[in-house]
Design a protein around this ligand. Structure first.
Ligand code: FES
Ligand code: FE2
Length: 382
């Protein structure tokens, strides 16, 4: 959002605070409890939402320079995304054409000499465009192969508004503007291209990816579950909500927001008094707070197991080891709150789900974000 949008948003949030309310959905939603546990539905979600649907990868700054790569295999298809010499991106199925090893050993890094990927198994080598350019002992061991047909398999990858999306299925394409559905108006102006990627924390959880996502879509629980942490900084059950295609965006007022009443509008620092959650369907939350932003990407493993990647992006690279440590500590603290407070509670919800008691999960009018995610899943799966 640009400054004027942030200022307008502050006014909306001030009104919600004054009225002691939040943006409301039209009606209460009921979700059949089996939707969280049914193995057949789970398999369909994996295919329709994670293999056939474009996936948010990250802001452009995860691969800033030529030869930088980002790899993940949580959608069921191993994916390698690489910054090209001309500044563009290419994505590949991360499977070596020899006997199928992934080409890189880390999730994030730079190609050898910024131009080559060498398979860790037998050293077959590919350039940034995925072409097979080296086969050790090739003249004898592989005298009959046609190297031109053994390039890495390309995937549709697109980058716009400082964000990267990829289609895991090699036979499918997508339109990035259609996927965003207009939500870029909420994300522009934050400098996703030139932030500094501090790193990611991987957390495995023993519950459904959807239970995992549900925790990010409402502010109703702050006062109760986060009484000693987040609720000391932000209003509970008070948020703006807007939908964009399958995605949505929410704004949350900090407890300090009313201080702005005594300050002229052109001196406001809106980001010091509000934070923003943007949901990119089906599995990503971008959390913009104060001077930085974080992403949470959640992937299914089994019906009651999921993995989340929590990533931290700073306005610029820390200048000193002390500054870096300050941000690392903060990053750890936020991650700990999610694990100790949200995830430990959700773990118990999962036990209730597994009890096999027929019932409905209720989602209130004050939880429009939770409603939207489930409505979109219903819409995708039919
Ligand atoms: S599997 Fe890659 S070189 Fe053998
Ligand atoms: Fe929470």
């Amino acid at each position: 959002m640009q400054r004027q949008q942030l200022v307008d948003e502050i006014k909306i949030l001030m009104d919600l605070v004054a009225d002691k309310t939040t943006t409301l959905a039209d009606s209460v939603m009921e979700i059949d409890v089996n939707e969280y546990t049914d193995p057949q539905q789970f398999e369909r979600e994996k295919i329709e939402l994670f293999r056939h649907y474009p996936q948010f990868v990250g802001p452009s700054c995860v691969v800033p320079d030529t030869g930088d790569y980002f790899a993940f295999d949580d959608t069921g298809i191993p994916i390698l995304i690489v910054r090209q010499q001309d500044g563009g991106l290419k994505a590949f199925v991360n499977i070596c054409s020899h006997r199928g090893a992934p080409l890189n050993e880390c999730a994030h890094g730079t190609a050898k000499k910024k131009r080559l990927f060498s398979c860790p198994y037998h050293g077959w080598t590919y350039d940034l465009e995925g072409k097979l350019v080296g086969v050790p002992f090739g003249n004898e061991g592989f005298d009959s192969i046609d190297r031109d047909t053994l390039a890495l398999r390309p995937l549709d990858v697109q980058e716009k508004y400082g964000m990267i999306f990829v289609m895991p299925d090699p036979d499918k394409n997508f339109d990035i503007d259609e996927v965003l559905g207009g939500i870029q108006e909420r994300l522009s102006g934050f400098g996703f291209e030139d932030h500094y990627y501090l790193g990611a924390k991987q957390v495995f959880t023993d519950f459904s990816w959807k239970l995992n996502m549900d925790t990010f879509h409402e502010y109703y629980h702050f006062e109760f579950l986060h009484a000693e942490s987040i609720a000391t900084m932000a209003y509970s059950n008070t948020a703006s909500y807007r939908q964009y295609g399958r995605n949505h965006s929410m704004g949350s007022p900090a407890l300090s927001i009313n201080e702005l009443k005594n300050i002229p509008e052109d001196e406001w620092e809106p980001r010091n008094h509000s934070s923003y959650v943007t949901f990119i369907f089906p599995n990503t939350v971008i959390f913009i707070v104060q001077d930085h932003f974080q992403t949470w990407r959640v992937y299914p493993i089994t019906p009651d197991r999921s993995v989340v990647y929590h990533s931290m992006f700073l306005p610029k690279e820390p200048a000193t080891p002390e500054e870096r440590q300050h941000y690392e500590d903060y990053f750890q603290m936020i991650n700990d709150v999610a694990v100790a407070e949200d995830y430990s509670l959700v773990n118990k919800i999962n036990r209730g789900l597994k009890a096999g008691i027929e019932r409905k999960v209720l989602v209130g009018r004050n939880e429009p974000g939770v409603q939207n995610m489930h409505r979109q899943i219903h819409d995708m799966l039919g």
